[in-house]
Design a protein around this ligand. Structure first.
Ligand code: ADP
Ligand code: ADP
Length: 231
């Protein structure tokens, strides 16, 4: 089975006339890099929330890394989420901790052995090009650097999947290109990446698979796709 598999997935929120996701079926394989595009309200965040098991599908089946998310008991959700890294548009860093401590914290909360935390954090910071900033606090960093910290934190325990919701949404074009280089390098190590974005330039420059949502429906699934919101 594909690493991520949705079959006829519909998600209705209470009080909403139309479903936020409407009969979506799609397979994403190990090692894929997928852009999830579509206008605001199209269902991109709902798609990611379902994969993270923050929301539960109203109907349909979702399998992620061998787990049937309908059957995953709540007590297993924390362990399940450790298999997934998440990158936010607004970084969500702990402002009173250093870069190193922010990344280490992700390992501490999952009970990683103390002797392993240092080496794993150093490697993740090296991979995102931030080893020289390890002892700075987020307030001393640029937006692009903060997003690199957030990527290092998502990646430090080598998850199978990284989900990213508008990771370049607060960054200028040049900085965004740098962030995409980092995500691409992580993808090349075999990590599957699903990235929701509005950023047409980035989608068009990367030539990856594109899934487009419109009003909750999957309207396009294209290898080496483009994104032209005006069409
Ligand atoms: P996108 O990320 O593409 O902007 P969303 O998944 O956030 O789309 O939203 C899809 C639809 O679901 C929108 O109509 C939105 O208002 C609605 N929605 C999203 N989250 C919730 C929620 N927690 N409760 C109710 N409605 C929601
Ligand atoms: P290649 O020729 O290099 O194997 P493909 O054209 O098979 O490339 O796929 C390119 C990317 O699109 C891969 O990441 C692949 O997993 C993904 N993909 C898989 N299924 C589909 C599909 N139905 N539509 C679009 N892209 C797909």
């Amino acid at each position: 089975m594909a690493l991520i598999s949705l079959k006829h997935v519909t998600k209705r929120y209470k009080g909403l006339q139309r479903p936020a996701l409407d009969d979506v079926s799609v397979d994403i394989d190990r090692g894929d890099f997928v852009f999830l595009v579509g206008a605001s309200g199209a269902g991109k965040s709902t798609f990611l929330s379902l994969l993270l098991r923050e929301e539960i599908a109203t109907s349909g089946e979702i399998h992620v890394a061998g787990h049937d998310l309908r059957r995953l008991p709540n007590r297993r959700v924390p362990a399940y989420r450790r298999e997934i890294g998440f990158v936010f548009q607004d970084y969500k860093l702990l402002m009173n901790k250093t870069v190193r401590e922010n990344v280490a914290f992700a390992l501490e909360v999952i009970g990683t052995r103390r002797s392993q935390i240092g080496p794993q954090v150093d490697r993740a910071l090296r991979d995102v090009g931030l080893e020289s900033k390890a002892d700075k606090r987020p307030s001393e960093l640029s937006g692009g650097e903060m997003q690199r910290v957030s990527i290092a934190r998502a990646y430090v325990n080598q998850p199978k999947i990284i989900l990213a919701d508008e990771p370049t949404g607060n960054l200028d074009p040049t900085t965004s290109v740098g962030i995409m280089r980092v995500l691409n390098a992580i993808n090349l190590t075999g990590t599957t990446i699903v990235m929701a974005t509005h950023n047409e330039e980035i989608v068009n420059s990367m030539s990856k698979r594109v899934l487009e949502l419109n009003g909750g429906r999957l309207v396009r699934d294209e290898a080496n796709g483009r994104y032209d919101s005006a069409r």
